[in-house]
Design a protein around this ligand. Sequence first.
Ligand code: PNS
Length: 161
Amino acid sequence: MRIGIYPGSFDPLTNGHLDIAERAKSLCDRLIIAIAMNSAKHPLFSVQERLEFLHECCVCGSSSIEITSFEGLLVDYCREKGVTFIIRGLRAIVDFEYEFAIALLNKKLAPEIETIFLMSQSENSFISSNMVKEVASYGGDVTSLVPQFIHKKLREKYSSR
Ligand code: PNS
C-alpha cells in the first residue's frame, strides 16, 4: 500500500495546492493531506477553518483521501501513519533551496521516507498563500488564484477586520 502525505500550512488553500493534491492522488493508494500546526506561525485561518477548506475543496467523497492536522515533526507523523513518501510542490527555482534543505533533513531523520516533488503547472507557478492574502487584504481580485469557497472566506475574513 503506497501511502503518501501532502503536508503544508495551506493558509489558505490555493489553486496551486489543489493541482498538486489532485496529481498526488494518482501516485498513491492513500493520500493524507495534512496541516502542520506550528505555534511559531500566526496563520490567518485557524486549523479548523483550514481543515474545512480542504474538506470542501479536496475530498469529493473519496475514501482514499484523509484530511488531517498534526503537531510536531513531519517524519514522526509519517511513521505513525505508515507513510512511504512525502509530496511537495515546487513552483520555481526560489522554492528549491528551501525544499531541498527540508527534504535532506527529513531524509536524515527518516531514511526510509522519500520526498517526491511535483512541478507546479505554469499557470500556478506564481501563486503563493502569502501573495493571495496580501492581494485579498487590499480588496484585490483573487478569484483566479483560489477556489470560489476560499475567495468567499477571504472576503469575510478581511471585511470583519
Ligand atoms: O506550506 P509550508 O508552510 O511551506 O509547509 C512547511 C511544512 C509544514 C512542510 C514544514 O514546515 C514541516 O514539515 N513542518 C513540520 C515540522 C517539521 O517536521 N520540521 C522539520 C522539517 S522543516
